[in-house]
Write a protein that binds this ligand. Structure first.
Ligand code: BTN
Length: 264
């Protein structure tokens, strides 16, 4: 048994067939008194949520998994969590049988891509509970066998990249690696090691990108990752801007599909 297997078997888990959203179930559990360190998994979601209010298509064949943490870190460090979890997921996918590790990349802050196409989306939600505890739910949608149509970016699956295992193999890998990176992170004190690991998997560093913000899009060079894991963008005039949220597209590669769609 590998260390990742052992870790995943230690975690508590609620394995369900069909739910509205595994993030919602995990949040309901903590509101009802759950102490945390609980995985909620499902085979299908009827109201899967993505980032920025988007829905997450959640048919059978893929893995929907949420991890509930309680008082995981000081509030000031919680903004690092997307990068921590992305590193765990990237390492988990790289270790799956059939997957070529070099194909696995992280698109800032926490999309996992295989050969440039999105395979995993992560949604982190947090809530201060009435009793003062801080709950964080980390939800991951992993395209194991099905790639939903009609997305504004390229999508792919583990199966398309040579993975022949099942959903349980994927769950064991992600639960184990997420436990490992959380231990490395130490509630924020170990973020420099996480940041270094993240950079080893980074996609687009030094390249021209577009950052879609809620109210506008801005172009520039992905110049650096700051010590807190924020994206530093270099604008045409040389000015450096730091962003803590946004959707990133590689100009050229990622935009090709979008430009073609608009031209139709
Ligand atoms: C994204 O937009 O990229 C994030 C997608 C996150 C989807 C996962 S599936 C499991 C968990 N439950 C949800 O409703 N959303 C997350």
């Amino acid at each position: 048994m590998t260390a990742a297997d052992a870790a995943s078997r230690r975690a508590r888990r609620l394995a369900l067939e069909e739910v509205s959203s595994t993030n919602s179930i995990a949040m309901e559990a903590v509101r009802a008194g759950d102490p945390g360190q609980l995985w909620v998994t499902a085979l299908r979601q009827t109201q899967g949520r993505g980032r920025r209010g988007r829905s997450w298509v959640s048919e059978r064949g893929n893995l929907y998994a949420s991890l509930l943490l309680v008082d995981a870190a000081p509030l000031a460090s919680l903004g690092q969590l997307p990068l921590v979890i992305a590193l765990g997921l990237a390492r988990a996918l790289s270790a799956l049988r059939g997957i070529e590790p070099d194909a696995v990349r992280i698109k800032w802050p926490n999309d996992i891509l295989l050969d440039g196409r999105k395979c995993v989306g992560i949604l982190i939600e947090s809530e201060r509970l009435a009793d003062g505890r801080q709950a964080v739910v980390i939800g991951a949608g992993i395209n194991v066998a099905a790639a939903p149509d009609g997305q504004p970016y390229g999508v792919t699956t583990l199966s398309d990249h040579g993975f022949t295992g099942n959903l349980e193999d994927v769950f064991r890998a992600i639960a184990g690696e997420v436990e490992t990176v959380l231990a490395l992170w130490k509630g924020g004190r170990g973020f420099s090691e996480i940041r270094a690991g993240w950079l080893e998997h980074a996609r687009g560093l030094g390249q021209a990108i577009r950052v879609n913000l809620p109210d506008r899009s801005i172009d520039g060079i992905f110049h650096a990752l700051d010590p807190e894991g924020r994206l530093v963008l270099k604008r045409d005039d040389g000015a450096l801007e730091t962003h803590s949220a946004g959707d990133v597209f590689l100009l050229g590669e990622d935009m090709a599909g979008i430009i073609c769609d608009k031209a139709r």
